[in-house]
Structures are given as C-alpha cells and as structure tokens.
Ligand binder design. Structure first.
Ligand SMILES: N[C@@H](CCC(=O)N[C@@H](CS)C(=O)NCC(=O)O)C(=O)O
Length: 201
C-alpha cells in the first residue's frame, strides 16, 4: 500500500505517525506547516492529519489509525473481529476521541493554543474537572503494568498515550497513568515518531 501522511509535529498527526512506526511499513511524510499558517490540502477543513492511501484520502486521526491497524492484521495492533477482545478495543478506540479528548483539548485551547485575548478563563476549571473525572476512571482501568487490553499493546494505546501527553501536569495526581504514559512513550516506535521530519526521511 502506498501511504503518505500529511503531518505537522506536535499535533494529532503524531497518532498515525506513531502507528506507522509500530507497523513498520513504508510511508512518506508530507509536512504541513500548520503553525506557520499553511493549510492541509488533503483535508476539507485544512486540518491535520490526513493520509493518502493508494491515492484515496482519509482524514480523522482516530479513523486513520483504526483503518491502518486493521489493514495489517499480522502486526497485532488490533484484535481481529472474531477475537473476544475486539469489542473492548472498539470501546477504547472511540472513548479517547469522544470522551477523553474533549475536556483535555478545552483546557489546552484556553490555556495555550488560542491567542490570549480569545481565551475564556472560566472554561478552564470546568474542563479540568471534567478531564480529572475521566482520568480517575482510567486510573482504575490501568491498575496494572500492561495496556488497555491487558498484556497486548494495541492501537488504542496509541490514541490514549498521545492524548495523555497533552497535559502532563494534570497527571501528577495519577501515578498509574503517569507510569502508563512513560511506559508507552518509551517504546522505540514512539521515539522515532517524534523525531524531526528530516531525520526520518
Ligand atoms: N478530530 C480531528 C481533529 C483534527 C484537528 O483539529 N487537528 C488540528 C491539529 S491537532 C488542526 O489541524 N487544527 C487546525 C485547524 O483545524 O485549522 C482528528 O482527530 O483528526
């Protein structure tokens, strides 16, 4: 499969890049200078990431990861549809973008991303409380040395691991999540995925 990832560092593009490194399949990176004002020509909203897969465009970081993990079943990053763990895998693949990400991104938007004059201070404590509530639940789920599905690292850990890196200061009260984040981001594929583009090209 010919895979081209339209990519900006320090964005949700890290999710498919990390997955592609875990899959160890050939791919090309197409840099998009989002922070310099460039738009992603492959994405109808100009956002990143998007991929071209044999010439077909796919966007939404979760969908890209979900699809690619299934395209390479032999790599073991997604349980097969007849595996009893598949339902829980789907749960976590949707949970991250649908439930975890929203409050975390609200905090980021109103503390770091938006220009200061557009930030709304009152949103931050509310979103922080919402995020902490989800983190407490995740801490109970990850009360072990493994991954979301137990011993097997899967694509769901890529979605979760990347999201947990967004607000490291909010993990301080969650040692199990801190340990989990350190465990998954110590993986060689993650380390490769955060290298500057020209070093992997
Ligand atoms: N739900 C989308 C969100 C895409 C998104 O908003 N990406 C950000 C970077 S993390 C972006 O491109 N923001 C600039 C913009 O949309 O104009 C996904 O997960 O792919």
């Amino acid at each position: 499969m010919d895979i081209e990832l339209y990519y900006t560092p320090h964005t949700r593009s890290s999710r498919p890049r990390w997955l592609l490194e875990e899959l160890a399949v050939p791919y090309r990176l197409q840099p998009v200078d989002l922070f310099g004002g460039e738009r992603n020509p492959l994405h109808p909203l100009g956002s990143v990431p998007a991929v071209s897969l044999d010439g077909e465009t796919l966007f939404e970081s979760g969908a890209i990861c979900h699809w690619l993990a299934d395209c390479f079943p032999e790599k073991g990053l997604a349980p097969s549809h007849i595996d009893p763990r598949r339902a829980r895998y789907e749960q976590w693949m949707f949970f991250v973008p649908a439930t975890l990400e929203h409050p975390a991104f609200e905090v980021l938007l109103h503390t770091q991303i938006l220009p200061e004059k557009r930030r709304i201070e009152a949103i931050v404590p509310l979103a922080t409380r919402g995020y902490q509530r989800v983190l407490r639940m995740l801490s109970r789920e990850l009360d072990h040395d493994g991954y979301l599905l137990g011993e097997q690292f899967t694509c769901a850990d890529i979605l979760l691991g990347t999201t947990l890196t967004w607000l490291p200061e909010l993990l301080e009260d969650h040692p199990l999540l801190l340990a989990y984040t350190q465990r998954v981001t110590a993986r060689p594929a993650y380390r490769r995925a955060i290298e500057p583009i020209n070093e992997t090209a």
